[in-house]
Design a binder for this molecule. Structure first.
Ligand code: CMC
Length: 428
């Protein structure tokens, strides 16, 4: 707490508001009493200047391109940690000791199976359903199954719901994929890692043995780390808003999945690879860059730009390096990677992108890797959802245990008709 205040003058009257410091990053003007004192709302569509919560989970400095989870830089976590460890870190606040990590991994591993009844939900979908539509439906349906973990006032039940969500998401994502290609569902196996298990449930068939490639396992683990959490983004804010009413945790995560699907958010990884394929050849890049700059053309470079980062997205750097490693391991030379590199070079040296501070984001290179590993583009956003579930449950838990938490209820600037009398239909 500081004594610093901010004063807003409206029509000759001053309103003094406290300024609250964070541990790092911008201070905030506390406007909670402003409406009561002035009868005015503040206006901020898209929350470009509004802190919707206090949080101790993730810090982003968009100008400098810094991303910290519980204080740890993302590049250190991507290089040295594992997804399970990062999931624990997000949920509990500190890196686990060896026995804590073992217990956490055990807990997640033994929650990976889904209720057998849940398989019927998949069969209700068309085979060509987008995996994100299946994930939204099936994860929402979990709320009808696990009643012993839905008392959100009980921290232990919240933890069990969180473990279940982290554990079952790979099973559900893999089932969505299997359903789309008409192959049998593959049950999880407890002797494999979180990622190894997911790769096996996705790519193995009962007809033959499947061996997890350790390089791809590590690459996927890193991709999951890079997607684990990202502060108060659209889907996380959706989960928090849904959860603020006391809603069922599984339903809250389903709402996050629905929000993530959009092409401006998690859907950008699918859109980015489709765009790179459409460009096709490094020689065509300039044409697409010109289109992206044309005010009269709605085309945008997918995987470029970010609401918060006005610098290189630190996740994109790790992703670019991982892309090369995976292609080398698989001995693939994918022209799409050449197109991506050329596009990045041209855009980064172009005045339009420099002035608007548009840099590659996490989605720019992830598609190249996922494609090389063998995932169809429709699965990309489902993988994002799988990884982001760790952030969603961490943020949801933090919100529920925050004594300042209230139901989310934004106000509006009303611009519709003023009061008028009803006119019967034959008199209109
Ligand atoms: N290509 C061309 N121009 C762009 C792009 C782009 N990808 N992104 C922003 N701009 C321009 C935009 O036209 C606008 O120009 P002007 O000021 O002249 O009107 C200016 O830059 C600011 O854009 P904005 O839409 O006001 O910025 P925003 O903060 O509301 O949007 C964004 C951020 C991520 C939605 C946007 O950059 C975008 O649509 N990018 C492509 C989609 C994408 O890659 N999304 C993934 C984001 S990272 C993963 C995630 O969070 O899910």
């Amino acid at each position: 707490m500081t004594d610093k205040t901010a004063t807003l003058s409206v029509g000759g009257k001053d309103y003094e508001m406290p300024v609250l410091p964070g541990s790092v990053g911008p201070e905030v003007v506390d406007i909670r009493k402003f409406y009561g004192q002035s009868g005015m709302f503040t206006y901020d569509p898209g929350f470009t200047s509004t802190a919707s919560a206090q949080s101790a989970i993730t810090f982003i400095d968009g100008e400098e391109g810094i991303l910290l989870h519980r204080g740890y830089p993302i590049d250190q976590l991507a290089e040295k940690s594992t997804f399970m460890e990062v999931a624990y870190l997000l949920l509990h606040g500190d890196l686990p000791k060896k026995d804590e990590l073992d217990e956490f991994v055990h807990m997640i591993t033994y929650h990976t199976m889904v209720h057998e009844q849940l398989a019927h939900f998949f069969r209700g979908f068309r085979r060509d359903a987008h995996p994100m539509s299946i994930m939204t439906g099936v994860v929402g349906a979990l709320s009808a199954f696990y009643h012993d973990s839905t008392d959100i006032t009980d921290p232990q039940q919240r933890l069990i719901a969180s473990h279940r969500l982290i554990a079952k998401m790979p099973t559900i994502a893999a089932m969505a994929y299997k359903y789309s290609v008409g192959q049998p569902f593959v049950y999880p196996r407890n002797d494999l890692s979180y990622v190894g298990n997911f790769l096996r449930m996705t790519f193995s068939v009962p007809a033959e043995e499947y061996e997890v490639n350790p390089i791809l396992e590590r690459a996927m683990d890193r991709i999951f780390i890079l997607h684990a959490d990202h502060e108060q983004n659209a889907s996380t804010s959706t989960v928090r808003l849904a959860g603020s009413s006391g809603a069922n945790p599984f339903a809250c995560i389903a709402s996050g999945i629905a929000c993530l699907w959009g092409p401006a958010h998690g859907g950008a990884n699918e859109a980015a690879l489709n765009m790179l394929r459409e460009i096709g050849d490094a020689g065509n890049v300039k044409k697409y860059v010109d289109r992206a700059k044309d005010k009269n053309d709605p085309f945008r470079l997918m995987g470029f730009g970010h609401r918060v980062y006005k610098n290189y997205d630190p996740r994109a750097k790790v992703m670019q390096q991982t892309a090369q490693e995976v292609l080398d391991e698989l001995n693939i030379s994918d022209p799409v990677l050449d197109v991506a590199r050329e596009l990045e070079q041209i855009a980064l040296n172009d005045d339009y992108f420099i002035e608007k501070k548009l840099y590659p984001n996490v989605d720019f290179y992830s598609g190249v890797i996922l494609n090389a590993i063998g995932f169809p583009t429709e699965m990309f956003t489902a993988l994002f959802a799988l990884a982001r579930t760790t952030g969603w449950v961490a943020q949801w838990n933090e919100m529920i245990s925050d004594p300042e938490q209230k139901i989310g209820r934004p106000r509006q600037l009303y611009v519709g008709a003023t009061e008028r009398d009803y006119v019967p239909v034959d008199e209109r």
